[in-house]
Design a binder for this molecule. Structure first.
Ligand SMILES: *Cc1c(COP(=O)(O)O)cnc(C)c1O
Length: 412
């Protein structure tokens, strides 16, 4: 690509993708790749899925955008589908355009909640506890929420009001809660930070601490959501009985079309029985492009297809099979395979990818795989992430696994 006029914020691979079909993509030189990246867990139904393309084109011919100054029928329909068929407990949805925006929205909800439910001395609670190695996005709010220093470098001062504690450490979490705490925000499986699943005991302890200390339980389902982890939402694959107060979504929700949303539960937050969702009232939040007819129609078609094809179950089965295949190779380069469903991380043995030089071993191996015709994504310094379309056909999965095997074997 011509990079001369584009800000160099990305470490781009030296290929340009020009077309895709299902789980195969082609670059500008005509080379074909097996796609285990799926636009970083966004193209959940594969590339150019006809159901998604048809919904998008049909709506584009009718009305793309009209503003939230007016009613948008597609928003109402999509919100009903999400609440009744995906979350499956009462609540309401706000539509935005990305994961970072969705997280900013739930952080704002936590701050409103902290005003309505102040500390014992009457001062508003505002602090959101998040976890080391978490990733919540790149806006000023979601960056401050993220538990990784590398994305914050020279962007200080950070937005005030976050505290980061080790993941899966109940004692550290309990010790971090004080009179300022308003919410706990976490991923069911930390994606970007290395594919680290929350243990069921930990996730249940987070929910218990939220109940005991009157905090909001907030799940970042941007990467884990919409079938990826083997259930509709990641937390449902870990501790299905939980009913988070706020949930942020994006990535897979619209099959690769940009869309995000956040859900706020209707549960009562005070003695009068006021619904939590009511605290984000008229004028409290907004987005020019959030929830356009075009985005909503595309998301509705995608989510209906995920439900119709039972893709969460398929992700669970296919993910188990891929994990078993990789572990069955018994290759010295592989430390273990972490994750849930089709959010998998192949953890590389420390020191093995010494040829990487200055590059992180994960980035080095992702590059080798790409050269052999397989697209994957690095997650942290030593984990190769596998996040294919939920519709990945088994024969194409086989082709991808053969490439993975050969590259990891040569490294061993
Ligand atoms: C990708 C991601 C985000 C940020 O989403 P954007 O759409 O890039 O803003 C937030 N949280 C998690 C868990 C993610 O994986």
């Amino acid at each position: 690509m011509n990079t001369q006029y584009v800000l160099p914020t990305y470490g781009r691979a030296p290929i340009t993708l020009v077309e895709g079909n299902g789980s195969l993509v082609r670059d500008s030189a005509g080379r074909e790749y097996v796609d285990f990246a799926a636009g970083i867990a966004t193209c959940s139904l594969g590339h150019c899925n006809p159901v998604v393309v048809n919904a998008l084109c049909a709506q584009a011919h009718k009305l793309m955008h009209c503003s939230n100054l007016y009613g948008i029928g597609q928003q109402g329909e999509l919100a009903e589908l999400l609440v009744t068929r995906c979350f499956v407990y009462p609540g309401r949805v706000f539509f935005c355009n990305s994961g970072a925006e969705a997280n900013d929205g739930i952080i704002k909800t936590a701050r409103r909640f902290g005003h309505r439910r102040p500390a014992a001395d009457g001062s508003p609670r505002y602090e959101v506890i998040t976890f080391l190695k978490s990733f919540h996005g790149r806006t000023l709010g979601s960056m401050a929420a993220t538990g990784q220093d590398k994305i914050k470098k020279e962007f200080d001062p950070m937005l005030h009001g976050f505290r980061h504690v080790p993941f899966n450490d109940i004692d550290a979490l309990e010790a971090a809660i004080d009179g300022r705490t308003a919410a706990i925000l976490l991923e069911a499986v930390q994606g970007e930070g290395g594919v680290n699943p929350a243990t069921p005991a930990f996730l249940r302890a987070v929910a218990r601490l939220c109940r005991e200390h009157d905090l909001l339980l907030m799940m970042d389902e941007v990467q884990c959501g919409f079938g990826r982890c083997g259930a509709m939402f990641g937390w449902q694959a870990v501790a299905p009985e939980l009913r988070p107060d706020c949930v942020s979504c994006a990535k897979g929700i619209a099959g690769g079309f940009p869309m995000g949303c956040f859900f706020v539960s209707d549960r009562a937050y005070d003695e009068a029985g006021t619904a939590l969702s009511s605290i984000m009232d008229a004028g409290s939040h907004g987005s020019t492009f959030g929830g356009t007819p075009l985005a909503c129609a595309t998301a509705e078609a995608t989510v209906k297809e995920i439900l119709r094809l039972r893709l969460p179950e398929r992700a669970a089965q296919l993910g188990d099979w891929i994990r078993a295949e990789i572990l069955g190779w018994h290759l010295p380069a592989v430390e273990n395979v972490r994750g849930l469903g089709l959010l998998l991380g192949v953890a590389l043995k420390p020191g093995l990818a010494s040829a990487a030089g200055d590059a992180a071993p994960s980035a080095y191996v992702v590059g080798l795989l790409r050269e052999k015709g397989l697209l994957t994504v690095a997650a942290g310094p030593d984990t190769v992430r596998i996040v294919p379309a939920l519709t990945l056909p088994k024969d194409i999965a086989r082709r991808g696994l053969d490439i993975l095997h050969d590259v990891l074997k040569a490294l061993s």
